[in-house]
Design a binder for this molecule. Sequence first.
Ligand code: SGN
Ligand code: CA
Length: 688
Amino acid sequence: MDRRTFVKQTGAGAAAATLPFLFSRCNGSGDRPNIIYIMSDDHAFQAISAYGSGLNVTPNIDRLAKEGVRFTSSFCTNSICAPSRAVLLTGKYSHKNGVIDNREVFDGSQQTFPKLLRRAGYATAMIGKWHLKSDPTGFDYWNILPGQGHYYNPDFIEMGERKRVEGYVTDLITDFGLNWLKTRPAEQPFCLLLHHKAPHRSWMPAPDKLQLYQNRRFPLPETFYDDYRTRSAAASDQEMRVADHLHLVADLKLKPPDDADERAKQQWETLVSRMNPEERRLFEEAYEKENRAFHRRKPAGKALAEWKYQRYIKDYLRCISSVDDSIGRVLDYLDASGLADNTIVVYTADQGFYLGEHGWFDKRFMYEESLRMPLIIRYPGEAAPAVNENDMVLNLDFAPTFLDYAGVRIPGDMQGRSMRRVLQGNTPRDWRRSHYYHYLEYPAVHMVKRHYGVRTHRYTLIHFYYDIDAWELYDLEKDPRQLHNIYDTASPELVQSLKAELETLRKRYGDTDEFRFLPQDPVAVDHLANGSAVTLKYPPAARYSGGGPGALTDGLKAPDTLRQPADYALFQGFESSDLDAVIDLGGEKRVTRVAAGFIQNYQDWIFLPLSVRLSVSRDGRTWERAGEAGNPVSADKRELLKRQFRFGRIDRDVRYLRIEAVNRGVCPVNHPGEGQKAWLFADEIEVR
Ligand code: SGN
Ligand code: CA
């Protein structure tokens, strides 16, 4: 029996009184509202003109802000993509929904608000960036980007079927969204999640946006040259500085000159690989003049850092311009179709982002720029236009809010709270005055250490842990840019009360210490090269030096099975360069066997060497090949694994050994770091 016949049989009047859902249609007063939730990826509030930054103009987002409620105290609970999305769906913190970092797979069998809405009669759809690894559940229709997705001519997975689609990602997501709105079952209220990939790294603008900002010079953020002086090592040890960690080719579109090395050229090819010839021509042309000037001037030091900032911010804002256009198209459609009045439109991002503040790009930290999300909600029926500066709202609150509007009971295990009364301008007296945050993806790309903390209207208290034990405290009233950590100078009463609040929140939300770090003990090994001098042709990266030059022969090695996430303290890491090591045994010794250990960790861009070669010598001048080993393990293998490359039956009296392990150079095709520098991580070299 379908809904209509059921209503007829029970009698329209009686059903209306007891079963109001059965009467929902998408227009007209008294109906349950439709929901369009638009979320972009990494859109900083600093890059929305309604938020007053002055960087760019976003007329369509501004229009939404003028007609809706714009929040300035909207925060995420874990500032990174997949976790934020899991919080949105479940209304639960990361430690409850399982997606503590970008590496986890979302358990799609758990309770989510789209499932509950669908059960209550909503038509539901999910279009765009998903990033939760498992297939979407709870949607009548889904069409998602695999992983991070591509900007140009991307693949989409539509209801399980993967295909390449011609066009620019932001436009395509909008097309698919509008198409679904036009073809959805008209008798049901609907909930559409429209998730843009833009403006995520590597910030590739659409063909029609490439000329924007060509001759503009953006002012450097005040804190661009922050020296992190008062803060813990977490702030200085990250790897997300514009000056040092943005890649000239892969991120900043500096096409290598014709005489550049093959690797650099390969990076460029990877960047433009999905474009058709016309797109590629427009793209290369747009940057050509500036790129030529760069190669001529070869900027260094501050000039280089500032060049990088300009290129970064322009491409970022160009991507946002397409997102803004997309929002205009959605709003126009709602007007034209008469849906505007009864549709809740949300615009937000999965978290905040650094636009050069503190010298950074990316997110993750509990500092303001990445903690705060832009949030605008328009619902003409119930929410008068306003700017809400006071009420702390969280991405945890979306699920209960949508359920509340749909008249669905909010499950007791959801940890957020409905914002409905806040939107009505009638905030409950007991609305939160502090909130809890926990970031867990470390060690990993960008190397932001694990931390949790509490933010009140005035203070942020943060505890960094795992391979560090450090506290930071900021007075946001006196120090809104968070340059002065006052943890050591603040009054003990203040610190005590914030710590007590933090503990209360941890208890309330059921967060535990189970994710705390216990380093794996190294294994001691005794062998002939123990303590021998090692000369490296290419130096290891400072951060992954294994604690010093002797790391390859210090008699300590990692256990054979490594735990995820890996503790890299024992390894020497080489970024795109080979390991080429000469070991001096200090005198001739009889050598029979040699083993060299390496690891692969797909998600951290670390791969086993393509091959390992062993040579031996008595005098350090004439060398004899003593063995060569290829690598049978595919670079696509995702598990963290360790492999010993072994050489036997050497049986020679030698003083010197040379190990050459070939780094694959760049991450393979279809890897998230496709075309960018690959890492090689070496463990102890055991000689017997
Ligand atoms: C990629 C990016 C990082 C980014 C993460 C997570 N590098 O690894 O800069 O922090 O994604 O982003 S990239 O060179 O591959 O683009 S998230 O939005 O998915 O969380
Ligand atoms: Ca993001």
